[in-house]
Write a protein of this length. Structure first.
Length: 230
């Protein structure tokens, strides 16, 4: 084949490939749209957010899209490994799922020494440290006032992150304790004394035996106070 004809053929081939490429959706744009979506959805998590988006297979050919629409499929949480859906409505119609990894690092309270079961936590039992929180979807404690005065449900090892499920709220009322029973209603408020029939943290219901022997249930408030509403 003469040089001129070969040159023309190659030019036509490259032009055809370029035209076809222009018809396909850019995978880089898909990755960018997913990353923007995840950053928007995780902006309120606090701490340092690290997002890794798996690029779709380069052999995937999707029609060019005017507007990419990321969404979070049911059952997925943007914490740890997850999938984000991306769909197109026009001019082509398609949808794919893109794997992502979301890591969150933030300051969390950790135990500074062994804490025994039933032990009341003090300020010296904890300190803040930067930790990877990916495996703690139930949340962690970040401020000392969230833990001081609570008791450990089970033993806690040094360096272990303090989480809500590891601690029991401090008791406001103890069984057998003399308490002030306050009854409130529309236009009246009276108080009397009684004996607590059980333990209760603030906000929990507790039964109180009055001087007359009547059993009344109320809400444990501050230390030694139970409120009953009518």
């Amino acid at each position: 084949m003469p040089i001129r004809k070969l040159f023309i053929a190659l030019c036509l081939t490259f032009a055809s490939v370029a035209a076809e490429a222009d018809e396909w959706q850019s995978l880089d744009e898909i990755v960018a749209s997913v990353e923007r979506f995840v950053r928007q959805k995780t902006a309120n998590l606090g701490g340092d957010i690290n997002i890794s988006v798996t690029r779709p297979d380069s052999r995937l050919h999707l029609g060019r899209c005017d507007r990419l629409e990321p969404w979070l499929p049911s059952g997925n949480k943007l914490w740890g490994r997850a999938s984000v859906g991306v769909r197109c409505r026009a001019p082509a119609a398609w949808s794919i799922y893109v794997p992502v990894m979301v890591r969150v690092s933030a300051m969390a309270l950790v135990a500074t020494r062994p804490i025994g079961r039933g032990q009341l936590l003090e300020a010296s039992d904890m300190q803040p440290q930067m930790r990877d929180l990916m495996q703690y979807q139930g949340g962690v404690l970040t401020a000392p006032e969230q833990a001081i005065g609570r008791t450990a449900i089970n033993p806690i090892q040094p360096g272990e992150i303090l989480r809500p499920e590891l601690l029991r709220a401090a008791l406001a009322i103890r069984q057998g304790q003399q308490v002030v029973l306050i009854a409130q209603g529309t236009g009246f408020k009276v108080s009397s004394e009684g004996v607590a029939m059980g333990n209760a943290a603030g906000g929990q219901v507790v039964a109180v035996k009055t001087r007359s022997g009547q059993i009344i249930k109320g809400i444990a408030k501050s230390e030694g106070v139970v409120e009953v509403y009518f």
